[in-house]
Ligand binder design. Structure first.
Ligand code: M6R
Length: 606
């Protein structure tokens, strides 16, 4: 999705803006631009990669204030003209914008009647022209007035050549933070853009306007009421958002899983007392244990993790649990009665649909929890309580460590609540011991990562794959298929294995790769039957099996082994070979692994 960076201080702004934009590239974009300001406004923008923009920039430009943007096209094609920043007709005001102005048509018509001629097709230029029309010597006031006319979502940064050392920023539904430095302030939509300069930040809240100069940060509401804000510390370091010798962020993040899951579990698994300690749930433990129903919601990979959560909650907590796509939940008329708890699962904490579903649940009186990775993100701050994933920044568009982090957090919440309901001390002890062993077990799988690479090498020329799983491994089948399709552009479908015979079996033909998760457990015999059904129709079976299973090789063309664990925790292990297969398939096919086409890391618009 789009990215925002801004700088006011005493250093030349342009290198800081370009570096910030580079760090935002992972979010996905199709054009980029910057505006620098002293007595005049100087705007440069270009469709395509950041390197195209860099070729036309004077990197020695002396200006000490500016804004930059990476755009992911929504209104109008990814062209030079539609790229941000957008200016008003006077050429004094420049705007960068994340989000969507929903009443842009009506505003455009009004402005055209007033004599404005538009250069681009974007909703952002509408905002720039509106601010320009309302400007009478006070930029902050003009932005405030313009935003009162606007419906939709926005995170914006605005410059005006009459006020050269000022950036005005505002937010509604699209994240923005202010970085606080010595004699300088930065503006960003994502901490990654400013981490090289400061770890001290102020989060801009919905409906707030920030006015920043090198020495001052002033925050007010849309109604001009001053807002007192705390300066907070970002925990992530610069090293964490760099490649550290890996070819891609995705493979770095796959290999980080043993370590980051240790971080996720640290201090939360009490192996002596056989208890789970979740500081984020302390204040609502009573209410949670009285819950009558749990709804888990999220999108994409997070939705798959939530599906594992459904199985976990039903088995360990014995509370009716449902999983909802956030995009469906927000537009239905969901039944939220007394005792309903809604858990929003999200890596970024900024996904628009998940945020909207959460708002809907809150409005209807549900207790809301977050299972979120990004500390201080919108969802993390708007939920009543929650448990952070603590898996570090995820830069690759394809979620890997966020999935295992989400499943681990949901497993801990399930065990935490289970012990307060029906889970026996000995069952909890077994569960906690098994969970604590997972990071080392993932390491073991990664030590044999070449096996997954060989599978990818053999089958990447096949355009259609199936992924089958049962029980806890059904969501893993969905996740394996999503990973493959999103980064290698191979068509893949994930299914509960038994559903195959109700239709998809018709697809199976000679040599079609079918990945079957066939680990030891209650449905083992049934999944072996499914494998036989595939092979008897010519399909090639790639089985994910439990170490020590000597029989399975007779039913499969390839076997990738994972260590033994409790059935509810298997997804944490079985997903690893599937992440590796997807990664290697994408590399072999020459795809842009970390920035797949048409995709954004964080989907902050509908
Ligand atoms: O940041 P979130 O976890 O809320 O993102 C939700 C999905 O957009 C995300 O999981 C997406 O499906 C993955 N990047 C796919 O790998």
């Amino acid at each position: 999705m789009c990215g925002i960076i801004g700088y006011v201080g005493s250093r030349p702004a342009l290198p800081i803006l370009v570096e910030g934009l580079r760090r935002l590239e992972y979010r996905g974009y199709d054009s980029a631009g910057v505006a620098l300001i002293d007595d005049n406004l100087c705007v440069t923008k270009a469709a395509g990669r950041l390197s195209v923009l860099e070729q036309v920039l004077d990197l020695n430009a002396p200006q000490t204030a500016g804004i930059g943007h990476t755009r992911w096209a929504t209104h109008g094609a990814p062209t030079d003209v539609n790229a941000h920043p957008h200016t008003d007709s006077s050429g004094k005001i420049a705007v960068i914008h994340n989000g969507i102005i929903e009443n842009d048509r009506a505003l455009r018509t009004y402005l055209e009647r007033e004599g404005v001629t538009f250069k681009s097709e974007t909703d952002t230029e509408v905002l720039a022209q509106l601010i320009g029309m309302l400007y009478d010597g006070d930029l902050e006031q003009a932005v405030r007035k313009a935003l009162r006319e606007v419906s939709g979502t926005y995170g914006i940064g605005v410059l005006c050549s009459d006020e050269p050392n000022v950036i005005v920023a505002a937010r509604k539904g699209s994240p923005l933070i202010i970085g606080v430095g010595k004699g300088e302030h930065l503006l960003a939509s994502d901490a990654a853009a400013i981490l090289a300069h400061t770890t001290q930040v102020v989060y801009v809240g919905d409906g707030e306007i920030a006015r920043i100069t090198p020495d001052e940060l002033r925050m007010t509401t849309l109604d001009a009421i001053p807002v007192a804000k705390d300066v907070e510390q970002i925990e992530w370091s610069l090293e964490e958002i760099e490649l550290a010798g890996y070819d891609h962020f995705m493979i770095k993040e796959i290999f980080e899983q043993p370590e980051v899951l240790e971080n996720c579990l640290r201090g939360r698994l009490d192996l002596k007392e056989n208890a789970i300690r979740l500081g984020g749930l302390v204040d609502c433990t009573r209410e949670l244990t009285r819950a009558k129903r749990i709804i888990l919601t999220g999108c994409g990979t997070a939705w798959h993790a939530a599906l594992v959560g459904e199985y976990l909650f039903e088995e360990l907590v014995r509370i009716p649990t449902e999983v909802e796509y956030a995009s469906e939940f927000r537009y239905r008329n969901p039944v939220i009665d007394d005792g309903t708890v809604v858990i929003a699962v999200s890596q970024s904490g900024e996904t628009a649909d998940t945020h909207a579903a959460l708002a809907e649940a809150k409005q209807r009186g549900a207790l809301t929890l977050g299972a979120v990775n990004v500390v201080g993100s919108t969802i993390a701050r708007e939920t009543d309580a929650g448990v952070y994933l603590h898996v570090g920044p995820e830069i690759g568009v394809a979620s890997t460590k966020a999935f295992t982090g989400q499943v681990a957090v949901l497993a801990m919440i399930a065990c935490f609540l289970g012990r307060r309901k029906h889970l026996s001390p000995s069952a909890a002890a077994d569960f906690i011991a098994a969970l604590s062993a997972v990071p080392k077990q993932i390491k073991q799988i990664l030590d044999t990562a070449d096996e997954a690479k060989k599978v990818a090498q053999q089958y990447t020329d096949r355009e259609n794959w199936l992924y089958l799983g049962r029980g806890y491994n059904y969501p893993v089948a969905l996740e394996g298929a999503l990973k493959l399709k999103e980064i290698s552009y191979i068509h893949a479908e994930g299914l509960p294995a038994a559903e195959m015979k109700h239709g998809p079996i018709a697809l199976i033909h000679e040599g079609m790769p079918v990945v079957v998760i066939a680990t030891a457990g209650s449905q083992y015999d049934k999944i072996i039957n499914n494998m036989m059904q595939v092979r008897s129709r010519g399909g090639s079976v790639i089985a994910i099996a439990t170490e020590g299973d000597r029989e399975i090789a007779k039913q499969a063309d390839h076997v990738l082994y994972v260590p033994n664990t409790l059935e509810p925790l298997q997804p944490l292990l079985t997903v690893i070979p599937l992440q590796l297969i997807a990664y290697h398939a994408a590399v072999i096919r020459g795809c842009n692994v970390d920035k797949p086409r048409n995709l954004a890391k964080s989907v902050t618009v509908e």
